[in-house]
Ligand binder design. Structure first.
Ligand code: NAP
Length: 479
């Protein structure tokens, strides 16, 4: 997009970093620099915080209908500009254009959903048990928020936080990932065009995340942190949030089990596996990381999955007919290579893929490994790449125990044609979400989130707005 902003967005104005610093944004398909964007330091972050704090009171008093209609307008603009936004996303992140268009629709839907929720914030009046006192309950915005997003879904991770924050009446400072700042800057321009008042949303792009965010979290003016990213960074930010008792929502890493029982419909299981593994080239927190397949169907499942994975076309996301784009950067690809090498060293067979192609760009082929040793590193590491690791199991209790044997608990996938088993196994999985005979759970109308070290709180659904609201209770004696 030729007119995509590249400056910081503070108090409704586009500005350079105070020290004039900029940082490059790379195209992962070529390794070339696309452009430079402003690289904020702590001073810029303070200005953005000040803008959010100043805007908070008036924004909290703005009529819910007004907040709702701004989100609705922004939803419509995003949909109108789907192609432009998809190209921008593909250029900075790498995913194929068809997937980028899908993400634009998914991202926009958070604005439509929360435009509908903005006018449904409820309260209550109750007579207390003594029959004399009344309880008047109202819900108020939590206050200025810090929103931190990862690079894998550059637009949707932003709208999933901005949507409910705007709906609730919070102001905010968004810090996108340095690999993919352009989608967030384009989003800020759209929200301004949709009528969002100055200072409600501020966007600070930076390569100095720690220096920029820590003072905000410890400073006491930011009242809420909503973070999506790795568990390790989430843990650090939780510790930093403790000092000023900042409320937190944490969408962290995953290690999803994908369980195929002997009574599964293998067509559905292979279709589900393609989505659960290959959405976003495997660079998703929801990506199936460990395939547990019943011994009696493992060979057949592996063969069919390898056939489908091997038929995918790898290349630059902007090229027609490409199914799999590059990984985000060389570091991400090196991690995938190491995990595959470790699994192969421990005896895994490579059914398809497994070899890094020559040339520019961070490409890695769709890969299926069978007979993976449970001690392999990819069993307790997010692969974040197009690699399906298959293990076998013999009975239900055993597979549930192994599926739960991880500190993470974001999502699990279960394939069986038996209703009893489907419900029984889903209930016993320690995860926030289950895909039953499907490889896709993400939906703006559903509460997204995990248990254990996959996070705290939920995004989307009816409860998504709760993360940005506080209760206030008024005690009213009636004589
Ligand atoms: P990451 O390294 O944790 O980074 C996430 C964001 O946090 C980036 O904007 C990053 O900026 C920032 N960050 C890092 N250190 C920070 C610090 N000290 N203070 C403030 N901000 C800091 O994760 P990623 O590699 O971008 O994304 C992949 C991870 O996100 C995976 O673990 C994936 O599972 C998870 N994820 C979870 C969900 C979910 O909904 N549960 C969704 C998508 C992704 P810098 O890069 O500049 O450090």
């Amino acid at each position: 997009m030729t007119d995509t902003p590249t400056q910081l967005f503070i108090g409704g104005a586009w500005v350079d970093a105070a020290d004039g610093a900029t940082m490059p944004v790379d195209d992962p398909a070529t390794g070339e620099i696309l452009c430079h964007v402003a690289d904020a330091g702590p001073k810029d972050a303070k200005l953005a915080e000040e803008a959010a704090v100043q805007a908070q009171e008036a924004w909290a008093r703005t009529a819910p209908r007004v907040r709702s209609e701004i989100l609705r307008r922004a939803y419509e603009i995003i949909i109108e500009r789907t192609d432009e936004l998809a190209h921008l996303m593909t250029s900075e992140m790498g995913k194929p254009l068809a997937e980028a268009r899908g993400e634009v629709a998914y991202a926009a839907e958070f604005f439509r959903w929360f435009s509908e929720e903005a006018v449904r914030i409820d309260g209550g009046l109750a007579t207390l048990p003594d029959g004399r006192n009344r309880m008047l309950l109202s819900r108020r915005p939590v206050g200025p928020c810090l929103l931190i997003t990862p690079w894998n879904f550059p637009l949707a991770m932003g709208t999933r936080k901005i949507g409910p924050a705007v709906a609730a009446g919070c102001t905010m400072l968004l810090k996108p990932a340095p690999q993919t700042p352009l989608s967030s800057l384009a989003l800020a321009a759209i929200l301004k065009e949709a009528g969002l008042p100055d200072g409600v949303l501020n966007v600070v792009t930076t390569s100095r995340a720690g220096e920029v965010c820590e003072p905000l979290l410890r400073g006491g003016r930011i009242r809420k942190l909503s973070f999506t990213g790795s568990t390790a960074v989430g843990q650090l930010l939780l510790a930093q949030s403790a000092e000023a008792v900042v409320r937190t929502s944490m969408e962290l890493g995953g290690n999803a089990p994908f369980v195929v029982f002997e009574d599964a419909d293998l067509d559905k299981a292979v279709d589900g596996a393609m989505v659960a593994k290959m959405r976003n080239m495997g660079e998703a927190c929801t990506a199936a990381n460990r395939f547990f397949v019943h011994r009696s169907v493992a060979e057949e499942f592996g063969r069919r999955l390898a056939e489908r994975m091997g038929a995918l076309v790898v290349g630059p996301g902007t090229r027609d007919g490409v199914d799999v784009g590059p990984l985000i950067d060389r570091r991400g690809r090196a991690k995938v290579e190491e995990l595959v090498a470790d699994a192969v060293e421990r005896g895994a067979q490579v059914l398809v893929g497994g070899r890094t192609p020559e040339g520019a760009g961070c490409f890695y082929p769709p890969t299926v490994l069978a007979g993976v040793d449970p001690g392999s590193r990819l069993m307790d590491t997010e692969i974040f790449g197009p690699v399906a690791a298959i293990l076998t199991f013999d009975d239900e209790d055993e597979v549930i125990r192994r599926a739960n044997d991880t500190p993470w608990g974001l999502v699990g996938y279960v394939f069986t044609e038996g209703l009893d088993r489907a419900l029984r196994v889903s209930e016993r999985l320690e995860v926030g979400m289950v895909g039953l005979n499907t490889g896709l759970v993400s939906n703006p109308a559903a509460p997204f989130g995990g248990v254990k070290q996959s996070g705290l709180g939920r995004e989307g659904g009816r409860v998504g707005i709760d993360e940005f609201l506080e209760y206030q209770y008024l005690a009213v004696p009636v004589r």
